[in-house]
Design a protein around this ligand. Structure first.
Ligand code: PRP
Length: 184
């Protein structure tokens, strides 16, 4: 499949590649300015979804930084979230005393990020901030403040740019809306 072909399961493109890349550059510039005088920055990408956003963000970042990953999963994740989060893989490095920036693809109910913030705070980082590419305000069940946000979107099933449906569509260069008939 060529990247220019839109799969039949996609209803429409919500954020095209150009729009996404422009926003990622803006976020990287903002983060670069904020961390200009701060060293020991580590970007922690939340797998699997954040791997595409993290790689674009990190490559646009002009301040020194390290990259690490953590993998989480929600219990019984389907259309309805239960709020329980499971740690599958921890970061390789110790974050104590480091300036940690959590990088997430999407903030849905907020349970995952809430869990992560608590888990990292308990490890005494020098600072802790969050960078989220997509937020769906209508879905939030936990009140969280995001330091760097890409876009707010309506409550639709989004795929592409790291986001999946049954592990498919993650590598589309745009964010598309999945047809309702696909997941119903
Ligand atoms: C997605 C996404 C976030 C989480 C957000 O992960 O990557 O980590 O859901 O949802 P929440 O705000 O309701 O907690 P998912 O569990 O689908 O795993 P994946 O990243 O491996 O696709």
């Amino acid at each position: 499949m060529g990247s220019s072909e839109i799969p039949a399961e996609i209803e429409r493109v919500l954020l095209d590649e150009e729009t996404i890349q422009a926003r990622v550059c803006q976020l990287a510039a903002q983060i670069g300015a904020d961390y200009a005088e701060i060293d020991n920055l580590v970007l922690v990408g939340v797998l699997k979804g954040a791997f595409i956003f993290l790689s674009d963000l990190a490559r646009n970042l002009t301040v020194p930084h390290e990259v690490d990953f953590i993998a989480l999963s929600s219990y019984n994740r389907g259309v309805v979230s239960t709020g329980a989060v499971r740690l599958i893989m921890d970061t390789r490095g110790n974050v104590t005393g480091r300036n940690v920036l959590i990088v997430e693809d999407i903030l849905d109910t907020g349970y995952t990020l809430d869990y992560l913030i608590r888990a990292f705070q308990a490890r005494n980082p020098a600072s802790l901030r969050t960078c989220v590419f997509i937020s769906k305000p209508e879905r939030h069940e936990v009140d969280l403040s995001i330091d760097y946000l890409g876009f707010e979107t309506p409550d639709e099933w989004l795929v592409g740019y790291g986001l999946d449906y049954a592990d498919r569509f993650r590598t589309l260069p745009y964010i598309g809306v999945l047809k309702q008939e696909v997941y119903e």
